[in-house]
Design a protein around this ligand. Structure first.
Ligand SMILES: Cc1cc2nc3c(=O)[nH]c(=O)nc-3n(C[C@H](O)[C@H](O)[C@H](O)COP(=O)(O)OP(=O)(O)OC[C@H]3O[C@@H](n4cnc5c(N)ncnc54)[C@H](O)[C@@H]3O)c2cc1C
Length: 401
């Protein structure tokens, strides 16, 4: 494995770091004070600057208008962007659009690419991904109940979804529904593109999450598909390929999250250390940094972040060089290791800030509330541990035989 950073990447990372300090961190206060949708004009200006610098869409192929970085290179960029909740959005590489772009690129027809992929990559529109349902366990999507039934040249979709991230303000959704109820469980479902101005697409509301409903991109919607009629030409890939495409989407999607979480880890540790060095805690002027327990937290955090980073880069290298299938174990490992590392580091940083940590005067309380979900979405910890554990045991069983 080779994690050498090329001269080009050093320049790119330097430019991104400058942009984060000059253009992104200073507007985080606005992000706390205003609904996301009110910030859109300001964010649009910043996005234009990113495009002018040639840094738009770091992970998309050059023929789509992106930078064409490898996954390993994107990992380094993503960590840098992840230090702010605005970073990925400003560089056009935010979830769930990034995943939708990948599957539209891989499975979309020429017509779908022209209508949906091109404006999406360009940042002119946004999209959402509607798989998880209110009434069935998202951890086992084989239980999915939403249906898409053929009627003439259309599908009629019915289903009750939630946690459809960024549904508000999206131009289209990629919906998962059962199209082939008599097929084997893994071949029952399909992905279908649904424009959100379709009268059968009902965005019920944004879910209140830890006291915050959010808005626009920064929200998670409840959506009812009610006799939602779309042409069969909106099918993505082949009928019954929904789970296969979902695997294609979720694999890279998981590693993208881990890369972003490393940025959150690093920002939290930066804040922890700055506060520990400056907060006087004794009458003789000694600071929190002089306390052994704080030194331990710093050491543990630094070591855990370095371990998580190396695991993530190793998974990225493996996907780049060996493909997704051979990298499944590494992806499962990083999903729960990096999520838990991040939550521990955020918690320590918040604790060191005391009352200030609970306030919205630093980014830590936001991270604490929003990133708890990391252990749940894209496969809960327990699901990844169970599937990794089974695969490891199977290898030992094969070796015994
Ligand atoms: C912030 C956020 C954003 C999201 N964005 C999207 C999105 O854009 N689109 C989308 O379709 N979905 C999205 N989701 C949904 C997410 O993917 C699901 O919440 C997740 O798959 C878990 O499904 P569930 O909530 O139905 O929990 P359940 O499946 O009911 O599981 C509940 C808990 O049971 C435990 N568990 C589950 N299975 C096992 C097992 N095999 N062994 C042991 N324990 C187990 C785990 O602790 C799990 O957390 C998002 C969720 C969140 C929180």
């Amino acid at each position: 494995m080779d994690f050498t950073i090329s001269e080009r990447m050093k320049t790119v990372l330097g430019m991104i770091d400058d942009f984060m300090h000059q253009e992104v961190f200073p507007i985080e206060g606005e992000f706390f004070r205003q609904p996301f949708k009110d910030l859109l004009p300001l964010l649009q200006e910043k996005r234009q600057k990113v495009k002018q610098m040639g840094l738009w869409g770091p992970n998309y192929p050059e023929e789509l208008g992106g930078m064409g970085l490898s996954l390993l290179e994107h990992g380094l960029v993503s960590e840098s962007l992840g230090r702010s909740p605005l970073g990925h959005y400003l560089f056009g590489t935010q979830a769930p659009d990034a995943g939708n772009i990948e599957i539209l690129h891989q499975f979309g027809t020429a017509q779908q690419k022209e209508k949906y992929l091109e404006p999406l990559v360009n940042g002119d529109i946004r999209s959402c991904f509607a798989m998880t349902e209110v009434n069935t366990a998202g951890s086992n999507p084989l239980l999915m109940e939403a249906t898409a039934v053929k009627d003439g040249s259309d599908y009629i979709i019915n289903g009750h979804k939630w946690y459809t991230t960024g549904a508000e303000g999206s131009s289209f959704a990629i919906a998962m529904a059962v199209t082939n109820p008599d097929a084997s469980p893994a071949m029952k479902s399909s992905m279908i593109i649904v424009p959100t101005d379709n009268p059968g697409f009902n965005h019920v509301s944004n879910i209140s999450i830890m006291g915050d409903k959010g808005s626009d991109y920064n929200s998670h919607g409840e959506v009812i598909f009610q006799s939602c009629r779309v042409p069969q030409s909106n099918l993505l890939g082949k009928e019954g390929q929904g789970f296969l495409i979902a695997q294609e989407r979720l694999g890279p999607g998981r590693i993208h999250h881990c890369m972003r979480w490393l940025g959150i880890c690093q920002r939290s540790l930066d804040l922890l250390c700055e506060r520990a060095n400056s907060r006087v805690i004794e009458t003789d002027g000694r600071t929190l940094a002089d306390k052994e327990i704080i030194q331990n937290w710093v050491a543990e955090s630094a070591a855990e972040i370095e371990g998580a980073r190396l695991m993530t880069l190793s998974a990225a290298w493996s996907i780049d060089n060996l493909g997704m299938k051979k990298s499944r174990d590494k992806v499962s490992m990083i999903k729960f290791v990096v999520a838990n590392t991040m939550l521990r580091v955020i918690d320590r940083a918040l604790q060191v800030h005391g009352g200030l940590g609970m306030s919205d005067d630093t980014i830590l309380a936001y991270f604490y509330r929003h990133e708890r979900a990391a252990r749940i979405y894209d496969g809960a910890d327990e699901v990844h541990k169970a599937s990794l554990g089974k695969r490891v045991l199977r290898n030992y069983q094969k070796a015994r035989k």
